[in-house]
Design a binder for this molecule. Structure first.
Ligand SMILES: [Mn+2]
Length: 278
């Protein structure tokens, strides 16, 4: 089986509202490796088998270089060998340097992006590196050939303009049930030709499922809905991030447990999809 690598990116300096996401990686790891749970995924993969889940620790962000260069270099070191990698944020700003690194390894890339927000602000409060802007940077640098956003329910007029400007495919939360039931077999938007990168902002979940995020947006997805979409992805999944978990906003690490569960299911689908040709 292909191993899956795990890399923490403890960075939240471009969060606009509350800090704390940088403290997430060890809290999620504690739930992931807790003896309260086994390491099997729902699809029957044992992530606890020797050598299957490779923990690379956290990226060293010591300020000796520009943080974006440090993140890109740390990710590239792990992904250059072509094995799937999951990055643990941190806030959503880190997705930009992470995807830059993946793009150096993979000629083509598509992103499936779960989020309550489009994160497409040209800049936010004067910060082009804001955690509300990573996908504007990714699209203007043409790092991916497709961006599919799922679960959005807090789009502004500006961000709707950005959808049109960059040709983003969007399944808004309010349309989701209808979009899924009306889609003819085989035409679901989670069929990808190019290698797939999953960007999972935990605030795509309803706050009832995941209160421990920096920006709670009611009316969101259930944990089950996210897992079902992960299992339905057709394509080879080469990378992922799980971002915006904020331990300071959480209650009894309930959201860290959700993050660890979704991490396992992403890792499982990566291993299954690695058997398919690109
Ligand atoms: Mn968000």
């Amino acid at each position: 089986m292909t191993p899956v690598h795990l890399l923490g990116i403890p960075h939240d300096e471009h969060s606009s509202f509350v800090r704390g996401a940088a403290e997430a990686p060890p809290v999620i790891r504690a739930e992931l490796f807790s003896s309260a749970f086994n390491m099997w995924t729902e699809m029957g993969i044992d992530l606890g088998a020797p050598g299957i889940l490779v923990d690379e620790g956290d990226a060293v962000l010591d300020g000796s270089h520009d943080a974006w260069e440090e993140i890109e270099a740390a990710v590239l070191r792990v992904v250059q060998h072509g094995q799937p990698t999951i990055c643990l944020g941190g806030d959503h700003a880190i997705t930009h340097p992470i995807v830059r690194a993946f793009r150096k390894r993979y000629e083509r890339l598509s992103i499936l992006h779960f989020d309550a927000h489009p994160d497409l602000y040209e800049n936010f409060e004067g910060d082009p590196r804001s955690h509300a802007s990573p996908f504007a940077r990714i699209m203007e640098e043409r790092l991916v050939d497709r961006l599919v956003q799922v679960g959005v329910r807090a789009a502004t007029g500006h961000q709707r303009d950005q959808w049109a400007r960059y040709g983003v495919e969007v399944i808004e939360m309010r349309q989701m049930e209808r979009a899924l039931s009306a889609a003819p077999q085989g035409s679901l938007p989670w069929r990808f030709e190019a290698p797939v990168y999953i960007s999972l902002d935990l605030d795509v979940l309803d706050p009832a499922h995941a209160p421990g995020v920096s920006h709670r947006e009611p009316g969101g997805m259930s944990t089950r809905q996210v897992i079902d979409i992960l299992h339905a992805i057709e394509g080879r999944i080469v990378g992922a991030d799980i971002v915006e978990y904020n331990p300071r906003q959480d209650f009894a690490v309930v959201t860290a447990t959700v993050a660890a569960k979704l991490l396992k299911e992403i890792a499982g689908t990566m291993i299954t999809s690695a058997r398919r040709p690109v």
